[in-house]
Design a binder for this molecule. Structure first.
Ligand code: ASP
Length: 343
């Protein structure tokens, strides 16, 4: 029998709503009574404890301070549990999962984010299945007692993804998340099938969890479109104290080859602003050597973000600019995969 212990952390979002038995009105679900509300969980025989954020929030209200609270909570409870399930609104779930993947260094236990498109209290909810499977995955251990998925993940609609590879793809369908640049780590059908070769395992087990709680927010995202005006680029690159810009470009990392754009980017790089090139395409990678307009960006000092999602790029830069005041180390670590965030 699996005697795992799981901490369920409820942060808010659609999943935590149920219909009031008298009025039918949607009210927050009482997570301290989780085993009464989702009795199916008892059948696992796991120890399941709960922690509810107070107040619970719509995930649109999430700021980096929230990630710090979450990381501190996981650190404080780390030795007591085999795995963690974070119930979270779907809107910013990929940002939170990406942030935590960078903030929790040497993670050896599952941290599984999930949520739902329909409240858990509605008859057609996707919340129960997402929740129950996330708990099962968080509890899974091998014969030596090591976690099967020692990563920060998102479980949604029968797929388990590496958190920092995901984005919210669909505002309505139950299959709300995608991870086009990295295969699912597990698929839940009759059995949960783990794709072990895509899961990251520590080189040696038993390292101490280390958390990073300094996040830099002097960053901006600049999305290029046909007609992007010089004054807009100037305004963004001219922001006082700006440390980094995520430049969302076309295709394999291309941008208009107009002189003013290259000059502005190159001047910003010379001033010490880090510019990271991310493709607007949901799948595939930046490859600045493929076209002349990409190569010019590289000459201007723009760095490749490879096949990172915007969510991973934003949170990785927050972590690195929070950790290091010098750009040399920020640039070095941007070129390294820290937690499987690029291929
Ligand atoms: N707005 C909600 C949230 O992100 C949507 C959801 O949970 O699905 O908190």
């Amino acid at each position: 029998m699996n005697t795992s212990s799981i901490l369920v952390i409820y942060t808010g979002g659609t999943i935590g709503m149920k219909a009031h038995p008298m009025t039918g009105e949607l009210v927050p679900f009482r997570f301290e009574h989780v085993l009464e509300e989702v009795p199916e969980l008892r059948k696992f025989g796991f120890r399941i404890d709960t922690h509810s954020f107070d107040p619970v929030i719509d995930s649109s209200d999430i700021f980096p301070e929230f990630w710090i609270r979450l990381a501190l909570l996981i650190e404080g409870q780390y030795d007591k549990y085999d795995g963690f399930v974070v119930l979270h609104g779907t809107d910013t779930m990929s940002y939170s999962a990406s942030a935590l993947s960078f903030m929790l260094e040497n993670l050896e236990k599952p941290v599984i984010f999930t949520g739902s498109q329909l409240p858990i209290g509605l008859p057609r909810t996707d919340g129960k299945e997402n929740f129950i499977s996330a708990v099962e995955i968080a509890a899974e251990k091998d014969r030596e007692g090591h976690a099967i998925v020692p990563e920060v993940c998102i479980f949604f609609q029968d797929e388990l993804f590496r958190g920092n590879r995901t984005f919210k793809y669909n505002a309505e369908e139950f299959r709300a998340f995608r991870s086009p640049n990295h295969p699912p780590l597990a698929e839940a059908g009759i059995h949960i099938k783990y794709n072990h070769k895509y899961i990251r395992y520590p080189d040696t087990w038993g390292k101490k969890l280390r958390i990073h709680t300094r996040l830099g927010t002097d960053i901006a995202i600049l999305k290029i479109f046909p007609g992007t005006e010089k004054r807009v680029v100037e305004a963004v690159l001219g922001i006082e104290g700006l440390r980094a810009v995520i430049l969302e470009t076309y295709g394999q990392g291309n941008a208009p080859s107009v002189k003013w754009l290259l000059e502005l980017l190159s001047a910003a790089v010379s001033k010490g602003i880090i510019i990271l090139n991310i493709t607007q395409c949901p799948a595939g990678s930046v490859s600045m050597n493929s076209y002349a307009c990409g190569a010019r960006l590289q000459e201007a000092g723009v760095l490749s973000g490879y096949d990172m999602t915007t969510e991973a790029a934003v949170t990785k830069i927050m972590l690195l600019t929070g950790l290091f005041s010098d750009n040399v180390r920020v640039k070095y670590f941007l070129s390294q995969s820290l937690n499987g965030e690029f291929s």
